[in-house]
Design a binder for this molecule. Structure first.
Ligand code: AMP
Ligand code: MG
Length: 414
């Protein structure tokens, strides 16, 4: 057996980040920038009103309340060239360009207009610049908008849109093929034949991959047949940046995935017995001129889930140009014991955790152990890392990967 970090380092050492592409802005959410983006337009680009109100000359309001003559209305988007003289006001809407001669805006709430709309009483004294947004207030030309290596969030897409950019240079979203292997597997629908089980891993992995921001290709189910497995993996390599297969990597009579993987990867593959529970057997290699990774995860669904977190997700994040590959790891206080016996493995235990009012993350419950017990772990929002030993008692702290900061709602009483 090899330690988890040795297996992770082996995978890391084989990876090559994907070549950057020019991505349409509306497809770039969650992608990582591969160059720094510089502003080319000021935002705002002209003086405009930050309120619905009246544009005026602040000097005219020195002895407010004061009545001003209303000479017209300017809406956002108007391009009429207005000129405002002494004693005059223009009704103006938020975002409309400031008329020449005006230096401030009084918000509607602080005015009262007469029924004719031809005059308005300004209720307060204004200073030049009040409620006026100036060019470059938000963004100046030449300013760095987004550094290289940044995962684009919604507001950053908005900032790029403010510049009129249609595309942005990013690492592409890796496309990942997913294959389930096993003679016993059935897809959805129909009734299960004798000895058959539903294919859990493929739908689960497709969902986990989507949730982590990757594109997916469903490679279906292959029986335990080396020719079929090889064909399915090759099909995946043709259109994907990486392939994840489950099942067939242990020491069983028909565990062909690990041998097929070794062949396809022409020596650039390794079968590992990783000192973790669950998820010990792990086959991995890179294929073809682009060194596309192929992951062979153990078939038990909880093992697959762990393999995804430990190996697949960090590696794909590397391909995607991410700088932080791992989930956040926190020290959490145990409200329940995490018992275990010595077996020279790191135990990865699905747990429910929550941030308590004492400012600490608490582990409130732990899933029953059993790599086939997926339902028992499905609500977990963290994975506790329990090193070899006698486990932990209530009140002790343990390191845990946070999968989701929102714990599941407490079970409803019926
Ligand atoms: P294997 O890794 O092929 O030895 O499979 C280990 C266990 O996981 C067996 O009980 C399989 O039936 C089960 N298993 C393998 N693949 C899947 C899958 N895609 N969905 C659900 N269970 C699976
Ligand atoms: Mg199998």
């Amino acid at each position: 057996m090899i330690p988890l970090d040795e297996a992770q380092d082996y995978v890391r050492g084989t990876l090559v980040a994907l070549e950057p592409v020019e991505s349409p802005l509306d497809e770039a959410l969650g992608c990582v920038t591969s160059e720094r983006v510089i502003a080319r337009e000021p935002v705002p680009s002209f003086d405009n009103s930050s309120m619905d109100g009246y544009a005026l000359r602040a000097a005219d309001t020195a002895n407010s309340p004061v009545q001003l003559r209303v000479i017209g209305t300017i809406l956002a988007g108007d391009d009429t060239k207005w000129r405002l003289g002494e004693g005059e006001a223009l009704r103006i809407m938020t975002g409309a360009p400031m008329p020449e001669g005006a230096d401030s805006v009084c918000m509607i709430e602080e005015t009262s207009d007469d029924a004719s709309g031809r005059s308005v009483v300004i209720g307060r004294t204004l200073s030049a610049g009040d409620f006026v947004r100036h060019p470059g207030d938000d963004i100046g030309v030449g300013q760095v908008l987004v550094e290289s290596g940044v995962e684009l969030a919604g507001a950053q897409i908005g900032v790029l849109a403010s510049q009129g950019f249609e595309t942005v240079r990013v690492s592409p979203r890796p496309r990942v093929g997913v294959l389930s292997t096993g003679n016993e597997l059935s897809g959805p629908g129909g009734t299960l034949g004798t000895g058959k089980i539903r294919d859990i891993n493929r739908p689960m992995l497709l969902a986990l991959l989507h949730h982590s921001g990757f594109a997916t290709t469903d490679l279906g189910i292959s029986g335990d047949d080396p020719t079929h497995i090889a064909a399915a993996l090759q099909r995946g390599l043709e259109s994907c940046d990486a392939v994840v297969a489950t099942g067939g990597v242990s020491v069983g009579d028909v565990d062909y995935v690990k041998t097929v993987l070794a062949e396809i990867c022409e020596g650039r593959a390794r079968w590992m017995q990783v000192a973790i529970r669950p998820g010990k057997p792990f086959a991995y290699g890179v294929a073809g001129p682009h060194a596309r990774p192929i992951f062979g995860l153990a078939g038990n669904p909880v093992s697959t889930r762990i393999g995804f977190e430990m190996f697949v997700r960090p590696a794909l994040r590397f391909l995607a140009g991410q700088q932080v590959l791992e989930r956040p790891t926190l020290n959490m206080v145990l409200d329940c014991p995490l018992e275990r016996s010595r077996d020279a493995k790191l135990h990865l235990v699905h747990v429910v955790s929550r941030l308590h009012s004492d400012g600490q993350w608490h582990i409130e419950s732990a899933a029953r152990h059993g790599s086939h017990l997926l339902n028992a772990v499905a609500n977990a929002n963290a994975i506790a890392m329990v090193p070899d030993g006698d486990g932990f008692k209530v009140g002790q702290t343990v390191r845990a990967l946070l999968l989701d900061a929102n714990p599941p709602p407490p079970p409803s009483r019926q």
